[in-house]
Design a protein around this ligand. Structure first.
Ligand code: GUN
Ligand code: FE
Length: 453
């Protein structure tokens, strides 16, 4: 009655600080790609299920030296910016957008070009263990639909937004919505089209209402988008309080912080995910917690454009949902392993401080560090909670979104020399040392979507 039964050792987050080891368990997957049961070796049914499946095609024993992790969830990625990843990171955000990024995104009016880049970014993210991604596409409706179609075909769970930017002062003529009315009409048509595609997509694709950020949007479009999200019950994404410049810009326009302004336009709700959020006040963070809005923490990108390290531990402690984002190409790396590592390192630098001319007591912000287990929580269970989807945990009722990590790959062997090494140490080594070569197989909703070597 199960479609697949895996015998494997796996790791999953139980809580932000606690990683559970599921040693030699049977993972029983149903036809919908959902984990129906996880059976531990000492359970009375273990031998019976093993006997029943061991000689069938449904059964798979994961080899020695390989471990399963939940697929990672990228809460903030600009699919179009994959074409410029790693370049132009030496200029400030405002200049980067206007001189570099907007011209680069404008090229996605060409569907042929869009197809080449989007195919590549979706496959690259999957190969890096990312099973769910919350994407910004571009302003172009057709190319945005194409991105969702590619996710659907490749088997990745894609949440896709057609970007809205209609404010003439901040957006060039060659790259913005024609006018407010067109922006809202295109968004609604986009939502309906994606909901159509979703009907035949096992792992799901979802439309996302996507005002780029307040500085590029008129009041009318922000209000209209809040209403559209409510009408069609969609996810919402934007950028919030990312840098000194962006934070100040919104203060000058509305006399309030991004968070409050977004809330006033109906853009903070349970399925909202806001990128960066470095400059949230405590009141802003409370508003996030009350509305169920999530922070997409993008630690690699923040090192270039955010002028600060976000106090992520503080916001997590206030009950805000948090996940990680690559923010390609503000962040250069398509890997959420890289971003997990950077999240830990940035938090350590925030805690200790960075200016050696200051005395130790004045240098940093106490109690700011997170552990690699907390970063793992953000990139799995935290991302799932942020999106209000049953993903990111190896638990009954959750989707079988999984990556197989082979620690023995000759070109990327992990330093494991002691046969009695504790499994939680192996887990930490994986989080810090895994490279794409180690990610040998990836499943989404029970389907194999990537296999290497
Ligand atoms: N703010 C508005 N647009 C963008 C973008 O594309 N990247 C980043 N990092 N910040 C933004
Ligand atoms: Fe971004």
């Amino acid at each position: 009655m199960y479609t697949n039964v895996f015998l494997a050792t796996a790791f999953s987050s139980k809580s932000p600080k606690e990683v559970v080891v599921l040693k030699d368990c049977l993972f029983c997957i149903d036809e919908q790609g959902i984990i129906d049961r996880i059976v531990e070796p000492d359970h009375a049914d273990y031998e019976r299920i093993l006997d029943e499946y061991v000689h069938t095609h449904a059964f798979r024993k994961i080899d020695e030296g390989s471990y399963l992790l939940p697929g990672f969830i990228d809460l903030h990625v600009h699919a179009s910016q994959w074409a410029q990843a790693g370049t132009a990171l030496d200029i400030p955000l405002h200049e980067w957008l206007s001189t570099y990024t907007f011209p680069s995104e404008a090229k996605f009016a060409d569907l042929e070009y869009a197809k080449v880049v989007y195919e590549d970014v979706v496959q690259t993210l999957i190969a890096n263990g990312t099973t769910t991604a919350l994407y910004f596409a571009t302003v172009h409706k057709e190319a945005s639909v194409l991105l969702a179609e590619i996710c659907a075909e490749r088997g990745q769970r894609g949440l896709v937004g057609k970007v809205v930017m209609d404010l003439a002062q901040e957006c060039p003529d060659f790259y913005r919505d024609k006018d407010t009315e067109t922006a809202l009409r295109d968004t609604e048509e986009f939502i309906l089209k994606i909901k159509e595609i979703a009907k035949t997509t096992k792992q799901g694709v979802y439309p996302v209402v996507t005002p780029r950020f307040i500085p590029t949007c008129t009041d009318e479009v922000l209000e209209g988008l809040g209403a559209l999200a409510a009408k069609h019950d969609t996810h919402i994404q934007s950028h919030c309080s990312e840098s000194d410049w962006a934070h100040q810009h919104v203060q000058e326009r509305f006399g309030k912080n991004d968070a409050q302004a977004l809330h006033d336009f109906g853009l903070l709700q349970d399925k909202s995910v806001m990128a960066h959020c470095n400059f949230l006040s405590d009141d802003d963070a409370k508003l996030f917690a009350e509305t169920g809005s999530a922070v997409a923490h993008c630690p690699v990108s923040n090192a270039y454009f955010a002028n600060s390290v976000i106090p992520i531990k503080r916001f997590a402690g206030m009950g805000v949902d948090i996940g990680l984002g690559s923010d390609i190409s503000g962040g250069f790396s398509p890997s959420l392993y890289d971003n997990s590592r950077q999240a830990v390192m940035s938090s350590r630098m925030l805690e200790d401080g960075v200016d050696p001319s200051k005395s130790a007591e004045l240098r940093g912000v106490n109690d700011s560090r997170i552990t690699i287990a907390e970063a793992f929580y953000f990139v799995t269970a935290g991302g799932g909670a942020s999106l209000s989807l049953p993903i990111g945990r190896l638990e009954e009722g959750y989707a079988w979104d999984v990556q197989r990590i082979d620690t023995t790959v000759p070109t990327a062997k992990l330093p494991l020399f002691d046969v009695n090494e504790p499994l939680l140490d192996i887990f930490q080594k994986m989080m810090y040392l895994v490279r794409p070569e180690n990610i040998r197989e990836v499943w989404v909703q029970g389907e194999l979507v990537h296999s290497r070597g």
